[in-house]
Design a protein around this ligand. Sequence first.
Ligand code: CA
Length: 381
Amino acid sequence: MKISRKSFFKGIAFGTVSLPFLIRAFGGKNHAQEDSAGTPNILTAKQYRWKMVTTWPPNFPIIGEACNKYAELVEKMSGGRIRIRVYGGNELVPALEAFDTVRTGGAEIGSGAAYYWAGKAPAAQFFASVPFGMNAQQLNAWIIGGGGLQLWEELYRDFNLVPMAGGNTGVQMGGWFNREINSIQDLKGLKMRIPGLGGKVLEKAGGSPVLLAGGEIYTGLERGVIDATEWLGPYHDTLMGFHDIAKYYYTPGWHEPGTMLEYFVNKETYDKLPADLQAILQTAAAWSNLWTLSQMEAKNAEALTTLLEKGVSIRRFPKELINQLRQYTNEVITDIIDNDPFSRRVYESYDSFRNKAANYSLITEKEFYDKIQKNSELDLG
Ligand code: CA
């Protein structure tokens, strides 16, 4: 279809022709810019076509969906100036190359969880989750209100990235087991799919952490390749079907008490953006942070009801076992901060905030859970 210059500008005046179409009609944005003198602002507005690489399977429930919604929201808020195409893990680059891809400009934005990058920067994991660390509310409080974000930005600056808090899983579950766990001895020789620092802690208890990709866990558990697995919470775990092949569902997820999810933007690209677009990216991330945690809480609560109806046996880890794991965790963390000065700096801020938050939640949240909230008669072993 041919379009004359006259009818073209007429189209603009009546708002009937979309901007991308205009740019195509002129054969690219350079032409559009050359032709921009004296024309409405919208013609000169730079168009950004971005790629988001993620560590999640494509459209992964809630977490991958949040990335899609982030892109939609940014496009809407920017009036189409930024359009982001979202790629699941391994679609454009391998899932765990998202960080390096964005850092080096192969994509403009990524989504993951900072503990995936512990091999590049050990301090990164404190911005995602550490065993016996803070829960979602406390971690948000530290990052958004307690100095955590400044440290996170400082760490990622060296990688040419700008980090943004983008979601949280909430307290995860302790995992699915095919045998009862009554003491720390029961972890000896236990083959469990549990990644990251949780795996290191299990190792100290005499167990064997096994690394299995999401798609291999079910058959691994079914065939006895592993004796146990953790995943997320009731909603995602139910989607995986673990309740059909494992007897006991243990709580709490001591290893992931509230994992923060992130967006990270290439810093050079971010710094060149006009301030309004930077604000839009930040605002969409803040929305994603709230949306993800809210969806997690809502869907997990529903799925728990379903699991209970199916007769799944929910058990508590014994207190002595939890205390022993806490001890092992301290050893694992001491090892990290002794070997990396920046990790020590971050952990000191994290730990000091955690102690204050623990005191405050003791006189508020804990009182609420213990005395105010009406609990049903959940029978936990
Ligand atoms: Ca997990």
